[in-house]
Design a protein around this ligand. Sequence first.
Ligand code: EPZ
Length: 415
Amino acid sequence: MDKLVIEGPTKLAGQINVSRAKNAYLPILAGVLLNPHPVHLKNLPDLRDINTIIKLLGNLGVKITKSGNITTFDASNITSYDALYDLVKTMRASILVLGPLLARFKSARVSLPGGCAIGTRPIDIHLENFKKLGALINLEGGYVEAHTDGLKGANLKLSFPSVGATENLMMGAVLAEGVTVIENVALEPEIDDLAYFLKKMGAKIEGIGTSTLTITGVKELKECEYEAIGDRIEGLTYIMAGLITGSNITVAGLNPKHIDQTLTLLKDMGAEFELGEDKVTIKSNKLKAIDVETSPFPGFPTDAQAQLMALTTQVEGKSKISEKIFENRFMHVPELQRLGARITLKGNEALVEGPSKLKGAPIMCTDLRASAALVLAALASHGKTEIHRVYHLDRGYEKLEDKLNALGANIQRVK
Ligand code: EPZ
């Protein structure tokens, strides 16, 4: 297992570019299964999670070819409807193949994703709404077995604006007979991106960007080329890397509107930014403490909670961070405490007292975004920090150490 060795504290300078968004491309890749004609995707990021779903698509019979920065997926001849446990257990977003397989082939057998470090991650909202679209769902031996005579449009209302459930049901509805109305959908930018991808393939979707989507089923989709949005969570991670090291860097390749609320929160802490069309430049970073709770978009994203916590260890005052989306997303806390952070936990609330002088130490990744928080803290820590189990980090950050070293960080990956 690789580890990262980081010498700190360091200053950073220059511009860092985000890759295309993991959480936009994962549902888009599942959506490839809807189309009997080739789909050409541009600049797929080289991430473990992306490579896992590509392997899964290959196992189902999708032909995959690459030329330059374009990867072509040909799902004209699907030979299996089984998404097997050994892949799904490593990447729970594999459940997103359920909707496309049901919609196009009327059958799917997908391993229950199982929980992950940050929570039980149930899929009840997905399943109860597929039943309303005419699917027979049976849970057998750790698998979801789903069959239908053909999905039929229906009026759905999500009990919670679940990102994955919204994406799965959108894709199911695209080929369903008649009209599907889905209320209380998630509003994350990745949902809009999936909708634009589906429309580019010929799907009929109204209400993009609102809480209610109206999808009119079509018979067949057509060949298309698509490139996903920039990764807003990767972008926020780098903005916080600049803030935690007191560096005025530029983060490029993302739409600043996708992180508007978080930029406002960071400005409330005292940060100043200059916004471009597809970039954010830090202008000043004298920060003070903040109280925040995570919530569905457009609120403060749970995927940036760990990174913000690392940042608050370095600012003057007491910050209160409440995690309202997942039941166990504080596993970065003991690791940050090993570096000297002063954090006390009360249920789903973390109280952070700053600034603390952090000192390098061996620490361990537990989940994707916790890993990013550890890297940020290590950049601001005095001495050498060893970060173990970086395979968690590699799920969602492409060439992280190369990108940060290009700004002046001192990060070595040790095999
Ligand atoms: C997506 O996960 C993201 N993953 C997560 O990012 C992100 O943290 C999450 O949305 C919230 O923004 C991808 O897009 C691949 P949810 P997802 O369904 O779809 C509960 C990362 O770091 N729920 O919106 O699984 C669930 O337990 C990852 O890149 C149900 O109860 O999130 C959770 O408490 C981590 N029943 C809450 O809703 C369901 O059927 C949010 O889950 C579905 C969800």
